[in-house]
Design a protein around this ligand. Structure first.
Ligand SMILES: Cc1ncc(COP(=O)(O)O)c(C=O)c1O
Length: 325
């Protein structure tokens, strides 16, 4: 009888220790959430810039990863660390059918060992972005546009009972996202007079502004909203600022609205890609670079200025816009 009791206690200790060891080991695995950052800075040479005495550079965040590219890794980094710290294993996020964020989340989930679900705005479709999301194991749920506006409710409806599920907002919009984007500024070894970046949720812009402030740089930050009537972007940016800051919002480079283009923008992109060998796309980086060229042509910058454009990636989206070219 005594032997049986001992055996029972020992078996229990072994089981409990094994579970603890397993949790500890899986935490160790999940906690190793990092990517080596490869984002060199290239100069863009051009007759216009020479005439105006300007030096234009581009930070190649698009080279960080083929699919977790541009600002996507920077925004996901601290979100995923939080997911891991909370011992969650299932990423649930939101986006349109061409969302760079959905694809980055699906890829990061596969890479770091999470399950992922993407709640997609609009009717059930397939395209290159969604194909790649599925290939990386993301489960897709399509919802109508009205339901999509209520993301917290959708999360509760589908995953209210899933204690492993973690809500990641559309575009990775969050304080953690801004925290990751601020690190971009730490990588700069020179000071620029202006930094330019395209804005969707405003998270990347806020992170860079926080980074500029932290390092006490004299750099002026320039935000290019990719939506029509982009003045609202200041509210989006400011919710993630650590301290109040001044920055410039250029609201005239939306080309009709989100993902809208015209022949002028497409022609600019074709010339830019052909001249530089750097691929850009019409939704974000094309509009941001067009703005820099246009402002330079209008004499907006002081001669001698050094300007840094941030290449925020998103190049797979280009495959959904072939008909515009
Ligand atoms: C390629 C690309 N550039 C820029 C942005 C804008 O970033 P944010 O949403 O942080 O303003 C996005 C959207 O997230 C994007 O996909």
């Amino acid at each position: 009888m005594l032997f049986l009791r001992h055996w029972f206690v020992i078996t229990h200790i072994i089981i409990i220790s094994s579970i603890a060891l397993f949790n500890w080991a899986s935490n160790l695995f999940l906690m190793n959430i990092d990517l080596e950052i490869y984002s060199p800075i290239h100069q863009i040479k051009n007759k216009l810039f020479d005439e105006q005495g300007l030096s234009i550079f581009i930070k190649r965040d698009d080279l960080i990863h083929p699919l977790i590219s541009g600002n996507k890794w920077r925004k996901l980094k601290y979100i995923l660390k939080k997911v891991s710290a909370e011992n969650k294993t299932h990423l649930v996020t939101f986006g349109g059918a061409y969302s760079n964020h959905l694809l980055a989340t699906a890829t990061a989930a596969a890479k770091f060992g999470f399950k992922s679900t993407g709640i997609v705005r609009g009717e059930d479709v397939t395209n290159d972005t969604l194909f790649l999301c599925s290939l990386h194991g993301m489960e897709l749920i399509f919802v109508d546009r009205e339901s999509y506006r209520h993301k917290e409710e959708l999360f509760k409806k589908y995953f209210g009972d899933d204690t492993d599920a973690f809500f990641i907002d559309e575009g990775g919009a969050s304080t953690e996202g801004a925290q990751g984007c601020a690190e971009l500024v730490d990588e700069l070894t020179e000071t620029y007079d202006h930094i330019f970046c395209a804005c969707g949720t405003g998270t990347t812009a806020a992170g860079i502004i926080n980074g500029i402030q932290k390092r006490k740089l004299s750099t002026e930050f320039n935000a290019i909203p990719v939506f029509k009537n982009g003045d609202f972007m200041s509210g989006e940016i400011e919710q993630y600022l650590i301290n109040p800051a001044t920055y410039k919002l250029h609201t005239d480079y939306h080309f009709g609205g989100y993902a809208k283009t015209n022949t002028e923008l497409i022609s600019f992109i074709k010339t830019f890609v052909d001249d530089t060998g750097i691929l850009i796309e019409p939704v974000y980086t094309g509009k941001m670079l067009y703005a820099i060229y246009d402002l330079a042509a209008k004499g907006h910058f002081k001669s001698g200025s050094k300007i840094l454009a941030i290449h925020t990636g998103g190049l797979i989206g280009l495959l959904g816009m072939k008909d515009k070219f």
